[in-house]
Design a protein around this ligand. Sequence first.
Ligand SMILES: *Cc1c(COP(=O)(O)O)cnc(C)c1O
Length: 360
Amino acid sequence: MNADISTRFIVEKTQKTRINEVDFDSLQFGSVFTDHMFECDFINGEWQTPIIKPYQPIMVDPSLKVFHYGQAVFEGMKAYKDDAGQVWMFRPDENQVRINKSAKRLAMPEFPKEWFFEALDRLLVLDKEWVKPGKGNVLYIRPFIIATQNEILASPSDRYKFMIILSPVKSYFRGDVRVVVAEEYSRAADGGVGAAKAAGNYAGQFYPTNLAKEEGYEQVIWTDDATHEYLEEAGTMNVFFRIKDTLITAPTSNRILDGVTRKSVIEIARANGIKVEVRRIKVGELVAAAKNDTLKEIFGAGTAVVISPVKSFAHQGVDYPINQPEETYGSRIKKLITDIQYNRSEDPFGWRYKVSVDNY
Ligand SMILES: *Cc1c(COP(=O)(O)O)cnc(C)c1O
């Protein structure tokens, strides 16, 4: 099943860039795409010649398996430009391993590591003008795999398409959010696909999240499906709780996505003298900490926003405001991580990846 990695990429460049039509100051997250995209089909048990071509629609049959059975996985990554114009990625090796782990869980073929990196390097060098330098400017990278067999028999597809599309975004501070702790619905069940970045995990949480929004909350903090007693994650972000001076986050499991931001927060916090406990944490412990004012912070951690502070949480109809200190761990950790991402600081952990086509 391994592709012959000596196969040359086909690169078809656009005739005319669309970059001048884009207003980079008012980007709606994930709605504008760069000039090029990557495409590679899996047919007859093998990944075919990788292609980079102008961003364009794909023509597909209505019987495509992904439409009927949801065999689809994805990744979310970012590229950053430093002041010298060099483009960087953050821990892309983690995303490469994870998309194949997700693919395996959904009975999909793994994509070769060498091609994953070559596709990213080539695409990002071609579209490097779309990565704007300066604070808050970033290029969101969306690799994904879908089942492309034309057949509605309920079985794994024998054809797949791996693609990468790129979207310039502006990361802005959208204010502290209000969250509600899940008591009825679940994002993931034990033994299910919660640990995979499967498209269907998102579909399943839209409805309960809409219900929460109607009540005035921006996000749901999911709890374990069996008891709803343990805090798990936020559904697009992992979640951290600061009680007194200790950061607490749930251990990953087959229900919780193993976030790259989460593991980076844990490492960087520890390296900077912040105590981190990776352990199960009960809603009751959080409520008690809020009541005796030892709950100092809650924040989400994920690629899209890095750190997203929470200003209150609700449980059993009661709102618990969080009395944040002036100097939060969240903002301190966010600065340490973004300084590494934008090449503004040393990289003691070796997390930065220099985008280049010199090796191909
Ligand atoms: C992508 C994702 C995260 C965050 O992962 P990062 O690698 O940090 O971006 C957290 N939870 C879920 C369910 C996700 O899909």
